[in-house]
Design a binder for this molecule. Structure first.
Ligand code: FES
Length: 366
């Protein structure tokens, strides 16, 4: 039951009727106030999903669309869009008196969060017993129906064949075979808008990067990542993949949640031209920030130098090089040894505290 004192003045009609949707504060309650056809309506501004600010979204038909991941709630009843009606945010009675807009906080309808099926990736990572598991990630690009010889793929194949021969479980993921969207920078809206599992993965069932997340977070002990050098850097598909890893790194910094436990990475880098060390440095830096460990000598590489434009000779050099093949096998051995060391060993307690680069807390708490 509401009382007179529950009616809270949130502002002047003259001002509030200028915008269709806007945030207002009623005491300490944040509201999304809508003005339509001469009438005000108000619902809670806190989205049922992960608390996005509904008032900063937009009106789509009769619904307020959350700016974070686009859930929708009716501007007057607070109910979810058709099919999700039971997912409701509180709605409030609103009246106009003496040129002022008043909201009745005592009239709030109940927030109701319907159970949403948990994404399979959201389960707690737990290593199942068994041999060392190695996922090979091929990042080179080519037309699927017109496969060509790839030096990085060639050495990755050698590495995975060796891994199998020493009793490892292996998987190969070719990024060129996956349909996946680039990172859309949800963290730029708010750190909490970048979710685990990735917001895109949760919203788009056609996005296939879940295969890489599944391998990185849940299945593999070792990541073997192969890339060609393109313009002095790793391939575009590599960067497209690692941008989507923001959601893993973000969990370290905003939630203190360490998704990658006892993971090892090694790299295969080949290029007709140079900058092996620059490319390796970027890859090592990125995976270090995710909390991944490396073996001694964590990459093998091949490059014939700045002036080598004759790619056919480059390909032959790799295809015929027993020392590169041996290097690929030895990289697998080193990665397995490091993985075994971590799986069987014990890390010091609180080893992950303030990991993920943020050694201190920013903001007013300091
Ligand atoms: S849709 Fe609102 S917080 Fe995700």
């Amino acid at each position: 039951m509401s009382h007179d004192e529950d009616w809270v003045d949130v502002g002047a009609v003259d001002e509030l009727e200028k915008r269709e949707l806007q945030p207002v504060l009623a005491k300490r309650t944040r509201l999304a106030l809508t003005y339509r056809a001469g009438k005000f309506t108000a619902i809670s501004s806190a989205c049922n999903h992960v608390g996005g600010p509904l008032a900063e979204g937009k009106l789509v038909g009769d619904y307020v669309e959350c700016p974070w991941h686009y859930w929708k709630f009716h501007h007057a009843t607070g109910r979810g869009e058709p099919g999700f009606e039971s997912d409701a945010v509180p709605a409030y009675a609103v009246k106009v008196e003496n040129g002022r807009v008043l909201v009745d906080l005592g009239s709030a309808t109940r927030r109701h969060k319907s159970p949403h099926e948990q994404h399979p990736l959201a389960r707690t990572p737990k290593r199942e017993p068994g041999p060392i598991r190695i996922v090979g990630i091929s990042t080179t690009a080519m037309t699927l129906t017109k496969e060509r010889f790839s030096t990085s793929d060639n050495l990755l194949d050698e590495a995975l064949a060796h891994a199998k021969s020493i009793g490892c479980d292996t998987r190969l993921v070719k990024l060129r075979e996956l349909q996946f969207r680039p990172c859309e920078g949800f963290y730029s809206k708010s750190a909490r808008a970048c979710t685990w599992p990735c917001s895109i993965t949760q919203m788009d069932p056609d996005d296939q990067l879940d295969q890489v997340y599944e391998a990185f977070v849940h299945w593999a002990d070792v990541y073997l990542i192969a890339t060609p050098i393109r313009w002095g850097a790793a391939s575009s598909l590599y960067f497209k993949m690692v941008e989507r890893m923001n959601c893993i790194q973000n969990q370290e910094t905003i939630a203190g949640k360490h998704l990658l436990e006892n993971k090892t990475a090694g790299f295969i880098i080949t290029g007709g031209q140079d900058n092996v060390q620059g490319t390796a440095g970027q890859m090592l830096g990125f995976f270090a920030e995710l909390g991944v460990q490396f073996p001694q000598f964590p990459y093998i590489a091949h490059s014939r130098g700045w002036s080598a434009e004759d790619m056919e000779n480059n390909q032959r050099a790799v295809a015929e090089s027993e020392s590169l093949r041996e290097g690929a096998r030895a990289l697998v051995d080193r990665c397995c040894a490091m993985a075994r060391l971590m799986i069987d060993g014990t890390l010091v307690e609180r080893a992950h505290v303030r990991g993920g680069r943020k050694a201190h807390r920013a903001g007013p708490r300091e």
